[in-house]
Write a protein that binds this ligand. Structure first.
Ligand SMILES: Nc1nc2c(ncn2[C@@H]2O[C@H](COP(=O)(O)OP(=O)(O)OP(=O)(O)O)[C@@H](O)[C@H]2O)c(=O)[nH]1
Length: 333
């Protein structure tokens, strides 16, 4: 059997007239918010036509309110602000929200200060003219008071939250660094460098910019390990990495590809520019350390779709540099 569901956005459309009236009546009578209907008499002329019991409890019963103009019910300047908003809603013909604060006279004739948040909804006749406005006001002064000054306990709690957040941010940054860098040389690790390089390749291809990749290998590195031990080998790797980072531009990407091989990706760099940087690097290492390096360079070609295409050519050039005697540079372009 088909069951009627209330879980629909068109609930009013599914109710018959009687059920609809009952729903509206329940809302009107039991809703704790202040509800009212005003009749639009003119651009700045609004007459109270109905008020729910919550509103009457504040301003006075029906006989004291119904049929009165806004300025007869609320003192200035409060009435001016309310009338301006009623006018705005009638003019634009769509719901508006506003907040109002000010003094009013309660049902016992005493002056009170109020603070409301109001939603106004226009009601139109068959010709589409706004004849009435329906309002729902929330009494903000009835909401629990916000603490003016935080208690010592909440201040301490807040301080600890800040402290803990800072610790977590620092731990997160440290983990990210570990996941993206080579722990020995502090250059990018192979996986992350390749990720970044793919983005650079796509950018360079799209904007038809030049891009070069350098692959560098320490000459006779195995001998250092074998004759002086692996710690000396590690030190050699750190020394070369440090020299690379000090020589290339900040926007160049430097990473350890494996063993004693490094990759340097140089955005917006032509073959001549890459050769110049490679030569500077080779010379600096020869002058400042006991290590020499061989370097292979590949430049972005229109047929390159992935970084491995560039890596492959740079690797071939590096092999050629080794074969041609080491401590030298070979470029594919
Ligand atoms: N100390 C150290 N050695 C490493 C590390 N990773 C790889 N190696 C060593 O690096 C050496 C790689 O040497 P190769 O590049 O094959 O040979 P090479 O002696 O540099 O010779 P050429 O490249 O032909 O000049 C091997 O001995 C590896 O064990 C590392 O993290 N630390």
């Amino acid at each position: 059997m088909h069951k009627t569901s209330w879980m629909t956005s068109d609930i009013l459309g599914r109710l018959n007239a009687n059920a609809g009236m009952l729903l509206l009546r329940s809302l009107w009578e039991y809703c704790p918010e202040h509800m009212f209907i005003v009749r639009v008499e003119g651009p700045a002329d609004f007459v109270i036509e109905a008020m729910n019991s919550t509103r009457q409890a504040m301003l006075g019963d029906e006989t004291a309110c119904i049929g009165k103009r806004i300025e007869q019910l609320l003192p200035p300047p409060m009435c001016h602000g309310v009338i301006a908003n009623l006018h705005r809603c009638a003019e634009c013909g769509s719901p508006i929200r506003y907040e109002e604060k000010g003094g009013y006279v309660d049902r016992h004739g005493a002056c009170q200060q109020g603070h409301w948040q109001t939603l106004l909804v226009p009601i139109t006749n068959q010709e589409g003219r706004v004849t009435h406005l329906f309002g729902v006001s929330r009494d903000m002064s009835q909401l629990p008071e916000q603490p003016v000054g935080a208690s010592p306990e909440s201040k301490e709690f807040e301080r600890r939250v800040h402290e803990r957040t800072a610790e977590l941010v620092a731990a997160n940054e440290h983990l990210t660094h570990l996941a993206t860098h080579d722990c020995l040389t502090d250059t990018y690790n192979r996986r992350y460098l390749q990720e970044l390089a793919e983005l650079e390749l796509r950018r360079a291809s799209r904007y038809e910019q030049s891009l070069c990749l350098m692959m560098l290998d320490i000459d006779y590195f195995k001998k250092i390990n074998d004759s002086e031990g692996h710690l000396a080998g590690d030190e050699a790797l750190r020394c070369v990495a440090h020299t690379i980072l000090a020589t290339v531009r900040e926007c160049d990407l430097v990473g350890r590809y494996g063993g004693d091989e490094f990759l340097i990706l140089m955005p917006e760099t032509t073959a001549d520019g890459a050769r110049e940087i490679a030569e500077r690097l080779r010379r600096t290492l020869t002058q400042t350390s006991r290590f020499t390096v061989s370097i292979g360079i590949a430049c972005l070609a229109p047929t390159d779709h992935f970084v491995v295409d560039l890596i492959h050519r740079a690797d071939t050039m590096l092999l050629q540099a080794k074969r041609n005697g080491r401590n030298r540079i070979e470029c594919a372009a």
